[in-house]
Design a protein around this ligand. Structure first.
Ligand code: PGA
Length: 250
């Protein structure tokens, strides 16, 4: 059975100026043989410059895209524009986009189609709120998000799925390993029914939410966890390198 590639993905969110590109040089220097794919998703204004600095060692991605290829959409960015700037991935449906901009599963599905159209690998994010977890609705919620955020025709397309419990993002709170395993097993099965057998097993499933150097190894030892989507800790090269090293060894 094909194994998913391991991916350590950093989400800089709305952080980082050109000076922060020095972190990329620092990252390239401290990186051991990582044994995993590395990705940083900086603010869109830094993508082209980061692609130059990363020189093929580290992939670069966007944090969102519009569903259309062009048009009257002030402030938005098309998947094709990200690709032209050198991005290889795009994060879609992050809970901060769902909360701040009211993004729906249907919009995430349309953006996922746009990413494929532009030759990008979408990282589709899903996860429950604390209220939903406490009400015992976690699997219902992520199951519904997976079904509705993934367009038809996912088979054969590049895809990464990230489980990010909303209550774990930026809070220092992390689900138990059993809770992570339960959701990741469930998502793997859900993908198998959508994408069919072998292909579903090669889709990287990332965990995201307060991943740090100190908890990375145990999270990566969990079944069906193929990497991480890292926010805060990706802003510091030494922390992100330590997380990538833990993934490489897992
Ligand atoms: P965090 O963010 O690592 O700062 O919790 C994760 C994310 O939002 O992708």
């Amino acid at each position: 059975m094909a194994q998913p590639r391991k991916l350590a993905a950093g989400n800089w969110k709305m952080n980082g100026s050109r000076a922060a590109l020095d972190e990329i040089d620092a990252l390239a220097k401290v990186l051991p043989e990582p044994g995993c794919d590395l990705l940083i998703c900086p603010p869109a204004t830094l993508i082209a410059a980061m692609v130059e600095r990363a020189a093929g060692h580290i992939a670069v991605g966007g944090q969102d895209c519009h569903a259309e290829a062009e048009g009257a959409h002030t402030g938005d960015i098309a998947a094709e524009m990200l690709a032209e700037a050198g991005a290889a991935y795009v994060i879609l449906g992050h809970s901060e986009r769902r909360a701040d901009h009211g993004e729906t599963d249907a919009q995430v599905a349309a953006k996922t189609r746009a990413a494929w159209r532009a030759g990008l690998t979408p990282i589709v994010c899903l996860g429950e709120t604390l209220e939903q977890r406490e009400a015992g609705q976690t699997l219902d919620v992520v199951g519904r998000q997976l079904a509705a955020s993934l367009p038809d025709g996912a088979a054969g397309q590049p895809l990464v799925v990230a489980y990010e419990p909303v209550w774990a993002i930026g809070t220092g709170k992390v689900p138990t390993l059993e809770q992570i395993a339960e959701v990741h097993d469930f998502l793997r099965e859900g993908l198998a029914s959508r994408v069919s057998g072998e292909a579903a097993h090669s889709i990287p499933l990332l965990y995201g939410g307060s991943v740090k150097p100190g908890n990375a190894a145990e999270i990566f030892a969990t079944a069906n966890v193929d990497g991480a989507l890292v926010g805060g800790a990706s802003l510091k090269a030494s922390d992100f390198a330590a997380i990538a090293a833990a993934l490489g060894k897992a």
